[in-house]
Design a protein around this ligand. Structure first.
Ligand SMILES: Cc1cc2nc3c(=O)[nH]c(=O)nc-3n(C[C@H](O)[C@H](O)[C@H](O)COP(=O)(O)OP(=O)(O)OC[C@H]3O[C@@H](n4cnc5c(N)ncnc54)[C@H](O)[C@@H]3O)c2cc1C
Length: 404
């Protein structure tokens, strides 16, 4: 009987297991994860779980009974320490050896730490997993002043959740605008204003040089020497992909494990999926490592299809969402490379969409509280639509009119 081993019991690992069974894979499936918990959703950790609106039991990706029914052997608290490719085995931290015919690396990543003095002080947190979220949430209960280093999505979502819990929040961002890595300047500026409106002290172009404190963090030192006081510091500086196993086993790694459009590494029995994988996104003509639920699910499906001998080509339109206060931001496609932006709706009303075109063709859409625009944009990008900008701007023209 063939055996598939999956390392990493997160969204991508679980999705690979589920898709294998959906495609009637008849071999054994073992899902190994080093966290104590069964696979859970990470997005609420900075949103509704942190603000207290979503309880723990709503985080599980599958109920316990599913694993038995699907015959997926999920083993939590098991860390894989090495791959032995010549023996087709993985070696756990306890020294156990497990054989595989196919191996899926779904190891995700860890919150990036920043190499500044004081970064290891008690009271300094990162947020990637449930244990970190619980520790941070407990500390937030008695904190009055939170400083967040980094104004990416997680930093801003935590800022919104902490404001809901009545905490004073300062966000320090080295770049000249929030969400600079993926959002347009207009969207960044608009979200920045929203946060300031909710009382967040959001400072851009503000690099930090250290965290202050003797036995516990008491503040943050800025590069210009100013001190910002804090009871609690969250470092929200992005993700370091967990590529060590692949690298030590001689697989190609470049800020992510390199895979093809079936999620295969250069070793045809080994796949990599989710946040840890880098691949060529043909549709956008560039190499990407995507950190999103969409990618974790769909790339894992591609790997499972290939393992089942039913290969598909993975060339997605990336999509992502972020919840901040009462705002739902949804992004379809990648903005980089766009040469024209069309705004539909009024930002003053808290409901608008920004369409990004390249040589007339729609390549991305940022939608705020605008579900129909976002849904239509996904299909328009897939269809390669070249919309008339004037009509696109006109909210009197229905979005469906742009679809063939
Ligand atoms: C706070 C937060 C908010 C987010 N919000 C959004 C959002 O709004 N929208 C969105 O689309 N995406 C969001 N994301 C991103 C999304 O959650 C990730 O893209 C997705 O979880 C990636 O899944 P993954 O399975 O690739 O990696 P992970 O979820 O990181 O899972 C990898 C698992 O592998 C384990 N592992 C690693 N190495 C080993 C080893 N050697 N042995 C055993 N186990 C190992 C890890 O501990 C981990 O449990 C958010 C992420 C975070 C942290």
């Amino acid at each position: 009987m063939p055996q598939t081993l999956i390392i990493g019991a997160g969204q991508a690992g679980l999705s690979a297991a589920a898709e294998l069974r959906k495609r009637k894979y008849e071999g054994s499936i073992t899902l190994l994860g080093d966290e104590p918990a069964a696979p859970y959703q990470r997005p609420p950790l900075s949103k509704a779980y942190l603000s207290g609106e979503t309880p723990l039991d709503r985080l599980w990706l599958k109920p316990q009974a599913w694993y038995e029914k699907a015959d997926v052997d999920v083993r939590t608290g098991v860390r894989v320490s090495a791959l032995d490719r010549s023996a087709s085995e993985v070696i756990t931290a306890d020294g156990d050896r497990l054989a595989y015919d196919h191996l899926v690396l779904a190891t995700g990543g860890q919150a990036r730490r920043i190499p500044i003095p004081g970064a290891d002080l008690p009271g300094v947190f990162v947020l990637r997993n449930l244990a970190e979220a619980d520790g941070f949430s407990d500390a937030l209960q008695t904190a009055q002043r939170l400083v967040i280093i980094g104004a990416g999505y997680i930093g801003l979502e935590v800022a919104a959740s902490a404001r809901k819990r009545g905490v004073d929040v300062t966000v320090l961002e080295a770049a000249d605008r929030p969400m600079a890595r993926t959002a347009s300047a207009l969207l960044s500026g608009w979200f920045g204003a929203i946060h300031r409106g909710y009382g967040v002290d959001l400072r851009v172009s503000t690099p930090v040089s250290g965290i202050i404190g003797q036995t516990h963090a008491t503040g943050v030192e800025l590069a210009d020497g100013e001190h910002v006081q804090a009871d609690l510091v969250l470092v929200a500086a992005g993700l370091t992909p967990s590529t060590q196993l692949a690298e030590a086993a001689g697989l190609a790694v470049q800020d992510g494990i390199l895979v093809d459009n079936q999620a295969r590494t250069e070793d045809e029995r080994i796949y990599a999926v989710g946040d840890v994988a880098r691949f060529d996104l043909a549709r956008y003509g560039r190499s990407v490592r995507l950190e999103s639920v969409q990618n974790a699910i769909d790339q894992a499906k591609a790997a499972a299809a290939s393992i089942c001998g039913q290969p598909t080509v993975y060339d997605p339109i990336p999509w992502f969402w972020s919840d901040q206060y009462e705002l739902k931001l949804q992004i379809a496609g990648l903005i980089e490379g766009a040469d024209q932006m069309v705004r539909r709706g009024d930002p003053e009303e808290g409901k608008f969409a920004l369409f990004h075109l390249k040589e007339g063709r729609l390549i991305a859409c940022e939608a705020v509280n605008s579900g129909p625009e976002y849904m239509a944009a996904q299909r328009m990008i897939a269809q390669g639509v070249t919309p008339d900008p004037e009509r696109l701007r006109d909210t009197g023209v229905a979005m469906r009119d742009f679809l063939s």
